[in-house]
Design a protein. Structure first.
Lengths: 356, 199
């Protein structure tokens, strides 16, 4: 893997080992930036940057992330280049030197990302839970990334049209075709999410019961109405009044219940975090089952946030086969036998060195 | 950065307004033009002026044209009952290269896009409907791109054209989903045109 001017990495060449890789460094040295770069190659965009411009480091008006990845016996060269153009950054994606659209990148190699943001998965707003499903599905479900990008565009166009119609700048006769596209793409997204949640459920429940002494975890997909076409039709007056689309998978949620109670409202922080760990482990298991290969686990500084039992449950899975990248402020939370078998690196001011 | 002489600065400015040309490339091109002999340079300047002075749009199909009609509308060998609707004149060139299509064209010069304030009127849909009505077109092939706006435009055209009793088709398989027609290779495009189906 090579980074050029990605955030605080002016230049980095790195060959992580096939097993557990532990990156240790103080805060602000570049641990998360490294994980972000790996995640971008799997997802096509940064899971945390608000604007791509912020990814471009101070050395040049251009940043590049590239890596050779191997999946299912097939090797591929993936590269993302960001070029500053005025007040934005233009993104170019290449696979084996050939330019590709953003939604064609995911699926070449897969990651399960777990970082401090995710600790709020149960407690925070529904957007985080939709992102959880999206990040998994773009990597394993052919066509999902395209449908999701399309849906986003349809919503932008439809919302803009609703405002124009309300302002009398446009007749209503064009709206129907945007409704059709909303129903088509929204249906694809909702079907994929619904199937994925059903598939996540048994593993998530099993992991949770193991860590939490038998507590029962249930997850339920709250998707758009079954007859999306009719719902879109019926919401027209409301949509026009608000100037935005009120029905569709962009309002979806994933409900999490513990022993039958809404976890958001009734569970302790500890129980919620157990549910998060269980969901993340179930995600990795689902990706492995669907693709026949374990995803690369990216664990950013989450171990220190977990108590001993939850940490042990996570590390049990980590110690299995497959590539893992963990960052931490200190070596403290890791069992000695894990450190002994891992490749350990130190991160300091945008440089990484092998340790020992 | 040192101040460049005004004419050079202006040339760089103009060049960097062109699509796909960043400030670096604009600079390189400007310095290249500076080195070019003056005959070459003025030939380029004249070519740009000529294209603006002499090329306009066909009154019948909105393709590029030197006179009031384009070379395709002027041809007597085209099948006037077959009409292919495309987004831009570049798409006409792409389809013509396949030599697979013998009908006439209608160039929308855009796609429906509320964000950009573009509706059916801006892409000449009323003129298209009038033409289909008055010229006895038997089949309209809607060859807009397969991206979100191209699909929306195709769906809209289907809705307004079918009541006129004309057959409306869409180039079939092979076109990359979400892809630009302009960039499809010739064989793929030829297959898509001949394998078109109804919606
Ligand atoms: Zn013409």
């Amino acid at each position: 893997m090579r980074l050029r001017n990605h955030r605080n990495y002016a230049q980095l060449d790195l060959s992580p080992g096939p097993g557990v890789n532990v990156f240790i460094g103080a805060n602000g040295q570049g641990k998360t930036n490294l994980l972000e770069a790996v995640a971008m190659l799997a997802l096509s965009s940064s899971p945390r940057a608000r604007r791509e411009l912020e990814l471009v480091g101070p050395v040049a008006p251009m940043a590049r992330i590239e890596a050779e990845v191997e999946s299912g016996g097939i090797t591929a060269e993936l590269a993302i280049t960001l070029t500053v153009e005025g007040d934005r950054a233009r993104r170019v994606i290449e696979v084996d030197g050939v330019r590709r659209r953003a939604f064609d990148l995911p699926g070449r190699f897969r990651v399960t990302l777990f970082w401090p943001d995710d600790l709020g998965l149960v407690k925070a707003g529904p957007e985080l839970r939709r992102r959880f499903l999206n990040q998994m599905l773009v990597q394993i479900q052919p066509g999902y990334a395209r449908a999701l990008a399309g849906l986003k565009r349809v919503l932008e166009q439809r919302n803009s049209l609703l405002k124009r119609i309300a302002a009398g700048e446009e007749g209503g006769d064009v709206l129907e075709v945007w409704n059709q596209e909303l129903v088509q793409l929204g249906g694809e997204v909702a079907t994929a999410r619904s199937a994925a949640v059903l598939e996540l459920q048994p593993d998530a429940a099993r992991y949770h019961a193991e860590i939490a002494g038998g507590e029962r975890l249930e997850i339920r997909y709250e998707g758009p109405p079954q007859d999306l076409a009719e719902a879109v039709h019926n919401s027209l007056a409301e949509d026009l009044r608000r100037g935005s689309t009120t029905v569709g998978p962009h309002h979806d949620d994933l409900r999490v219940l513990l022993d039958g109670q809404e976890a958001r409202a009734y569970s302790s922080q500890g129980q919620q975090r157990t549910a998060v760990v269980s969901l993340k482990l179930a995600e990795a298991a689902l990706v492995a089952r669907r693709t026949g290969e374990r995803p690369v686990l990216l664990l950013d500084d989450v171990l220190s946030e977990l108590d001993a039992e939850r940490r042990a449950a996570l590390l049990r899975q980590v110690a299995g086969e497959g590539q893992v990248i963990i960052t931490s402020v200190e070596a403290g939370p890791f069992p000695p036998e894990l450190i002994a078998s891992a490749m350990v690196w130190t991160v300091h001011e945008g440089t990484i060195e092998a340790c020992g | 950065m040192p101040q460049l002489p005004e004419p050079l600065e202006r040339l760089i400015q103009e060049l960097s307004r062109l699509p796909g040309i960043g400030p670096k490339t604009a600079q390189r091109l400007a310095f290249h033009l500076l080195r070019t002999d003056s005959q070459r340079a003025s030939s380029l300047a004249h070519a740009i002026e000529d294209v603006k002075a002499r090329i306009g749009y066909c009154e019948r199909c909105y393709n590029i044209a030197e006179g009031s009609l384009c070379w395709i509308c002027l041809s007597t060998r085209r099948d006037a009952t077959l009409l292919c609707v495309v987004e831009s004149a570049l798409d006409v060139l792409a389809i013509e290269r396949t030599a697979e299509f013998g009908g006439l064209y209608f160039v929308l010069q855009g796609v429906i896009s509320p964000i950009d304030g573009i509706g059916p009127e801006q892409i000449h849909v009323p003129q298209l409907l009038e033409r289909v009505r008055s010229e006895g077109v038997a089949e309209v092939i809607v060859a807009t791109d397969a991206d979100i706006e191209g699909e929306a435009t195709a769906l809209y055209l289907q809705r307004v054209l079918e009541p006129l009793g004309t057959k409306v088709t869409r180039p079939a398989h092979g076109l990359p989903v979400g892809g630009d027609l302009e960039y499809a290779d010739e064989l793929t495009l030829a297959r898509a045109m001949s394998g078109r189906g109804t919606f």
